[in-house]
Design a protein around this ligand. Sequence first.
Ligand SMILES: NC(=O)c1ccc[n+]([C@@H]2O[C@H](COP(=O)([O-])OP(=O)(O)OC[C@H]3O[C@@H](n4cnc5c(N)ncnc54)[C@H](O)[C@@H]3O)[C@@H](O)[C@H]2O)c1
Length: 374
Amino acid sequence: MSASVSASRVGVWLIGARGSVATTVVAGCAAVSAGLHPPTGLVTETPEFADSGLPALANLVFGGHDTLDCPLPKRAEALAAGGVLPYGLTAAIGAELTAADREIRPGGPAPGDTRSQDELIAVFAADIRDFVRRRDLDRAVVVNVASTEPAATGTDLPPSSLYAAAALRAGCPYVNFTPSTGLHHPALAPLAASSGLPYAGRDGKTGQTLLRSVLGPMFRQRALAVRAWSGTNLLGGGDGAALADPAAAAAKNAGKERVLADTLGSVPEGEVHIDDVPVLGDWKTAWDHIAFDGFLGARMILQTTWQGCDSALAAPLVLDLARLAARAHERGLTGSMTELGFYFKDPVGEGPSALGEQYAALVGFGERLRGEVR
Ligand SMILES: NC(=O)c1ccc[n+]([C@@H]2O[C@H](COP(=O)([O-])OP(=O)(O)OC[C@H]3O[C@@H](n4cnc5c(N)ncnc54)[C@H](O)[C@@H]3O)[C@@H](O)[C@H]2O)c1
């Protein structure tokens, strides 16, 4: 094939397939593929990636697991009512939402589930393999966009790790868009290393941390002394409700703090708070207050207010990651894709933490992906 976009058919298997981010991914991919909206926010649609052989958006096929059974078209209507999806879009792409809805299988473990961990992994892996076979896909990428779970303790695998193990068993690249454990569990590290599959994570960098990864290097490069960096997030929706659990919020905040430690060289005073404000739905306000010293100890303050639509920020990143991971798999790349740190709060591996350097690494990764396309 002479075109630079690959014709391969790629499955995107979403864990948390009925959530806000997942629904926006499916709806957004259909809208952009149909030419109803420009690909705003999709880095993989910029000229730097034109020759990377990425699968076409129109060739992505969606499915996944969820523990809820609310139909995807209904979820999309709720998002449209909240202003997350544009008015009229759900009617225009109803067929694509219904097609994805048909490919969503029951997740787990359900309350009172008596299946062993290995039985659950086997069921999840069989669902993914069945999807690839029935839909005649060249490959599938598993992306975790399920509710944030508390950090794992003990030896039992948390749900996110059961799905990650299932992805490996089904022979699929794996992307963890959440702060949940996923492949980070000690019991999975050797499996991941020997799987011969590419993987990436953790926790999509879409708002407050994105800004921190730009501002942190600025303070350091200008030799300004950051004395304290405090932040507050107000959000609603399913994510807001999940993060009202202090253990889940702690997993999220660890990633936000890592960016400051890595870019400033030390962790300044200050905390990050996450407040659930249900009425805000998917619209997040993130406020940062940065106290810093200038020449001769002059004390100054920078305050930033980020007001974003969380799922609209996350969905193009999920599509980028699915396309990059699929192409990496096609090109035979294995192991941790550290060059994808651009997308994450808490990237796997030892890559740079400043956004500019991360972008340069991502563009380099796009060049590595070039080559024959099928
Ligand atoms: N900007 C962003 O939106 C952003 C940025 C970074 C990370 N994230 C992460 O993405 C995830 C999804 O966010 P959201 O706003 O779509 O949340 P959401 O609450 O709308 O959706 C989460 C979905 O996961 C499902 N789920 C929960 N437990 C499950 C399980 N065991 N198996 C299968 N499905 C399960 C829920 O039923 C729900 O449908 C969260 O972890 C969030 O922290 C989002």
